[in-house]
Design a protein around this ligand. Structure first.
Ligand code: ADP
Length: 473
């Protein structure tokens, strides 16, 4: 049983749909046809019975009008011709006397030996068979001078049965034809319906064999399945982009890591050869190696931070913070890291609220302010402003340092990008800070932008959507 049901489950959907539609059609048609056949048959039999009853009451009224009726009178040609007159095709009328003997009998294509001569004192209908013939008999009493006689009317339901049989055959053939049509149309509809699914399946197979560039084609009818195909294509495009980005990321990261490692290797070789005996080489190489190790450490930390910033589970531990007061608090902490700098904070008394993980807020500020400090050269002054406009809080950090050449501005948010590597080499950095800040801000539907002029300074703007107190959840 289990084996059978698992085999049934494995049947292709096309066949399941086709057989399902056919079976349903067959059940509907056969139930409806059979019920219709039964009702019709019953109705027609009632018609036949009503006809016999009408005939019987006519004969009874006629016999009553002959009173006082004697059996001899009933043998007269008048009675005989009356009976012949009302006799129908395939019928027989028999008058039986009070002694149970036949007085008169007329028939049309009906053999009187098919039914026995029977007297009755009560009217009744009888359905009987003679060989293959279906016969309906109606017996009822009538008054004779001496006692009670019986009128017997019998009709052969040959025509009725023939009609019934024809009806049954028509219904059966009609039903079979309908089942055939439903099987064919079920197959056609299922095939049409499954075409996009087949296309999807073959594309998925191709993706497995040939790679992420494969897409589903030619589904333009706008139904749910074509939407599914479009969604699949979008998903594959996103996957392809993120796969390329990942590969690019690994390439960039290994390239960035290779430089300090190569330098480190060079210094270690130097130390190995001459450092043991030459104090100057030893000191210089050790200092250079330490610097490269610090750089490596910074790179690894930056990579870790970037990976975390790109993760989707980032928006955990969010809190409602009051931007201005939190900014002042964070700035106080940062100021102590750079005592030689003067920070000027200008606020406009907004009480804007942000829903953000406070650690991320501090991390973003730290990246931007650290850059402002690093690239300020001799201009040790940094201005910070905070104001709210159209439900967006804007924090700008302005320095007056070396600035960024205009053609480079568009790249500074890329991973590992550093403006003018010669000048950057003297300043510590990994080229990951702004990429991390951008990723973090995007998780909170915010924006980061930058305006800069060479030798004049740089202004970084951070924008966050504010939370209105009445929308607080
Ligand atoms: P880095 O670790 O090199 O600072 P970032 O991603 O933070 O990496 O910055 C990318 C590059 O953008 C920097 O290398 C620097 O050349 C440039 N940059 C960023 N902020 C400033 C700034 N305030 N003034 C001048 N140049 C900047």
């Amino acid at each position: 049983m289990k084996h059978l049901s698992s085999r049934l489950k494995r049947i292709p959907i096309l066949w399941k749909l086709m057989v399902g539609a056919t079976l349903l059609m067959f059940l509907l048609f056969s139930t409806y046809n059979f019920a219709q056949y039964l009702v019709l048959k019953h109705w027609m039999l009632n018609q036949e019975q009503d006809e016999l009853q009408v005939m019987m009451s006519q004969i009874q009224s006629y016999l009553k009008a002959q009173s006082p009726t004697t059996e001899d009178m009933l043998k007269s040609p008048d009675v005989n011709s009356y009976m012949l007159n009302i006799l129908g095709k395939n019928q027989m009328i028999r008058l039986i006397g009070s002694d149970g003997e036949e007085i008169l009998q007329v028939n049309s294509d009906f053999d009187p030996t098919w039914i026995p001569t029977l007297s009755t004192t009560k009217a009744y209908l009888q359905n009987t068979m003679h060989n293959d013939d279906h016969i309906l008999v109606y017996r009822a009493p009538y008054m004779l001078q001496k006692g009670t006689g019986t009128v017997e009317i019998a009709t052969n339901l040959e025509t009725f049965d023939h009609f019934n049989r024809t009806l049954l055959w028509v219904m059966m053939f009609g039903g079979l034809f309908a089942v055939f049509i439903s099987a064919v149309s079920g197959w056609a509809i299922a095939n049409q319906f499954l075409r996009p699914i087949k296309a999807l399946t073959s594309t998925i197979k191709n993706v497995k064999e040939k790679g992420l560039q494969e897409r589903v084609e030619n589904i333009e009818n706008g139904d749910e399945l074509s939407q599914l195909a479009r969604l699949f294509n979008d998903l594959m495009s996103q996957l392809e982009i993120s796969f390329r980005q990942q590969t690019q990321f690994v390439d960039d990261a290994s390239h960035e890591l290779r430089t300090p490692i190569t330098i480190l290797e060079g210094h270690l070789n130097l130390l190995n050869r001459w450092g043991k005996s030459n104090q100057a080489v030893l000191d210089e190489s050790l200092a250079a190696s330490l610097q490269e190790v610090r750089r490596l450490k910074g790179l690894v930390q930056g990579l870790l931070a970037l990976t975390r910033a790109e993760s989707t589970a980032l928006t955990e531990n969010m809190e409602l913070i009051r931007v201005e007061s939190y900014l002042i608090e964070v700035l106080d902490r940062i100021k102590s890291l750079y005592p030689e700098f003067s920070f000027r904070m200008e606020t406009f008394g907004t009480d804007s609220m942000l829903r953000i993980n406070p650690i991320h807020f501090e991390q973003i500020l730290l990246i931007v302010i650290d850059n402002a400090v690093k690239y300020s050269a001799d201009q040790r002054k940094i201005d910070i402003q905070c104001h709210e406009e159209n439900n967006v809080v804007c924090i700008s950090i302005q320095d007056y340092g070396m600035g960024i050449p205009s053609i480079e501005i568009q790249h500074v948010f890329d991973r590992f990008y550093r403006v003018d590597r010669a000048r950057s080499r003297e300043i510590d950095g990994t080229g990951l800070g702004l990429a991390i800040a951008k990723n973090l801000i995007h998780h909170y539907q915010g924006e980061i932008s930058l305006v800069s002029a060479e030798d004049e300074g740089t202004c970084v703007k951070l924008k966050f959507p504010v939370i209105k107190m009445n929308t607080k959840k």
